[in-house]
Design a protein around this ligand. Sequence first.
Ligand code: HEC
Ligand code: HEC
Length: 205
Amino acid sequence: MAIRMMACTVCHGPQGRATQAGYFPRIAGKPAGYLFNQLVHFRDGRRHHAAMVDLVQHMSDAYLRDIAAHFAALDLPYAAAPPAGASAAVLVAGRHLVEQGDAARNLPPCTACHGPRMTGALPAIPGLVGLPRDYLLAQLGAWRHGERRAALPDCMAQVAQRLRPDEVEAVTLWLATQPTQGDMKPVPATALPQPLPMRCGDLGP
Ligand code: HEC
Ligand code: HEC
């Protein structure tokens, strides 16, 4: 599998360990269920990126599951996060929203689903740290405009639509500068509040 997956390293970095310098998302170590769902989303038209769509277009569910399992099993260190290029006030606002949300607007904390350290949760919630800021911005924008979709009910579309532009700025700036050292593995689903604050179709019924 590692040899067959060499084609992916051009963009996703050696072993899928793309760093935060650029646009490509790291895929190594993400939950297998999440990776599988994304490959299916590209194949079935819920996510759009020409190269990704071409690559997976003719792949079966079984093969996509093997690919997802391969990258999910890679436990490799992360590059250090880039320095924060934002004011303290913006970073405080970003952190507050990620950790507290805004109950008045029905906006749950991101950590309720993405894990207390935002390293993701099994089986299908990705981590939010170690990703390029441009990638985070693009994903939240794509959800807001219906260009990225997940299975219904699409909790992330609702989250993205509730965020104001200045909050998207602050949240992505804060996330992109969080430390990437220590245990970056996704937490078990039992480490999250039950039930989750919103329903997400990709996590099953
Ligand atoms: C030409 C560059 C390129 C190649 C080659 C490529 N990818 Fe991607 N991939 C991307 C880009 C860019 C994105 C983000 C697209 C977006 O903005 O939604 C992406 C996204 C993904 C995602 C979703 C990640 C996430 O966090 O949601 C997965 C999974 C993925 N690629 C797997 C693969 C696999 C497996 C291969 C090899 C079979 C591969 N990619 C080859 C460019 C590439
Ligand atoms: C109710 C649970 C829930 C909450 C709250 C939540 N998320 Fe998510 N998030 C998810 C799920 C589930 C996915 C995976 C969706 C999919 O399969 O496409 C996801 C995916 C993402 C992704 C895509 C990551 C990648 O690698 O492409 C980003 C970015 C993201 N969330 C940001 C946020 C931010 C920022 C917040 C807080 C403002 C937040 N999320 C709150 C459940 C949640």
